[in-house]
Design a protein around this ligand. Structure first.
Ligand SMILES: [Zn+2]
Length: 399
């Protein structure tokens, strides 16, 4: 499906600009009008990291007149493996500033607007306001859902991309451009349970994958801005770098979508950290290398029954939750007891402590407390009782 161009053409290109963009101008579909549209375009790129780096470089080179960069982080040496807009001399510099300097070197006709604050519910509307298009290079689920919802409310289309190890995905979410077009929530109504999907910082990413997916995002951005071709709104691009395989799946609008469906329940910004079960830095750190799966837990419980090993399984949820469903053999000590310090006296000092909650957020927090108290071999169960019911014991209800 093609769409009308998002941007009206600028009045004119200067002689210097005509020379610079000549390889675009001689493509009939782009031509003078298309290049003038790019000159007039205002594009916000969220994140100057793995996806944002190649996206910003190519959007700038293509002649997008105004580029916003929403980025609060600073350049770290470990970024340079893939975040190609930054260099060695940029280490410890704000990423937005570093990106702005690289863009000035590539194309001085681009105006760069820095948004150095962390995007949140208080500033997301004012940051997004006035942009024609957003390119989302966010690496966490809370921000992704916030970007989707804010863009929907402001009626700004956006190009989404995600990367992990050798796999990438990309799509255009633009329900404002057509009644049948989905939003991100139509594709992913709920975030994965915390701890189930590792971040690139935990799981790694092949550096060049950023270029593959970032380039698709820029490609789609240029098509939308200039009104050429068939943007991937309503489709999901899936890229497998190991098999060198691109697949394009149809994504339908979900009539019951909480945001863009007929009976929408999300009518304003929500608490995205709570929705996505974001964990504190301490909890995330404690969970690295100390998270077991429900399959591992089932195996451990069998060994405990056989007397081959011993450990204490602690359910850190509230009593009313434990009445709905439970993992057999768990003792209930609510999270509050860990926070006030009472729980530690109830734990044996000579046994491994294994903790679970509903989805793995609260148990990651109690894991940090228990590890801090000296239980070095303590672990928690990724996905919690939700994963237990779905993978091990579907006979129990969920809530
Ligand atoms: Zn939707």
């Amino acid at each position: 499906m093609s769409f009308p161009a998002l941007v009206e053409p600028a009045a004119e290109l200067t002689t210097d600009e005509v020379r610079r963009y000549s390889r675009h101008l001689i493509i009939p579909d782009v031509g003078m009008t298309g290049q003038k549209r790019l000159k007039n375009a205002k594009v916000l790129v969220i994140g100057a990291g793995g996806l944002g780096s190649p996206a910003l470089l190519y959007l700038a080179a293509a002649g997008v007149g105004t580029l916003g960069i929403a980025e609060f982080d600073t350049v770290d040496e470990s970024n340079l493996q893939r975040q190609v807009i930054h260099g060695v001399s940029d280490i410890d510099k704000p990423k937005g500033q570093s990106a702005k300097e690289s863009i000035a070197e590539i194309n001085p006709y681009v105006e760069v607007v820095l948004h150095p604050e962390r995007l949140d519910n208080d500033n997301v509307f004012s940051v997004f306001e006035g942009y024609d298009l957003i390119v989302d290079g966010t690496d966490n689920f809370a921000t992704r859902y916030m970007v989707n919802d804010a863009a929907y409310f402001l009626k700004i289309p956006y190009v989404w991309g995600s990367i992990y190890r050798f796999d990438g995905q990309a799509s255009v979410f633009a329900p404002m451009l057509g009644e049948d077009l989905p939003c991100y929530r139509c594709l992913y109504p709920e975030p994965p349970p915390p701890g189930m999907v590792p971040s690139c910082a935990e799981g790694g990413v092949l550096g060049v994958l950023c270029a593959s997916i970032g380039a698709i995002q820029v490609n789609e951005a240029i098509k939308l801005l200039t009104g050429i071709g068939d943007p991937i709104a309503g489709k999901l691009m899936i890229y497998d770098a190991l098999e060198m395989e691109y697949r394009k799946l149809k994504v339908r609008k979900d009539p019951s979508c909480a945001l863009c469906g007929e009976n929408a329940t999300v009518t304003g910004l929500i608490d995205y950290d709570a929705f996505c079960g974001a964990v504190s830095d301490e909890a995330a750190e404690a969970a690295v290398g100390s998270t077991i799966s429900v399959v591992q837990l089932e195996h451990m419980l069998k060994e405990r029954d056989n007397g081959e090993r011993d450990f204490v399984l602690v359910d850190v949820r509230e009593p009313n939750e434990a009445e709905i469903n439970h993992i057999p053999g768990a003792v209930l000590i609510p999270k509050g007891e860990f926070l006030n310090g009472n729980a530690l006296s109830q734990l044996p000092s000579d046994k491994q402590i294994v903790m679970h909650c509903k989805s793995g957020v609260r148990s990651a927090e109690t894991l940090a407390i228990v590890k801090g108290a000296g239980y070095a071999d303590a672990v928690h169960v990724g996905g919690g009782v939700v994963a237990w019911v779905s993978q091990i014991d579907p006979s129990q209800p969920t809530y």
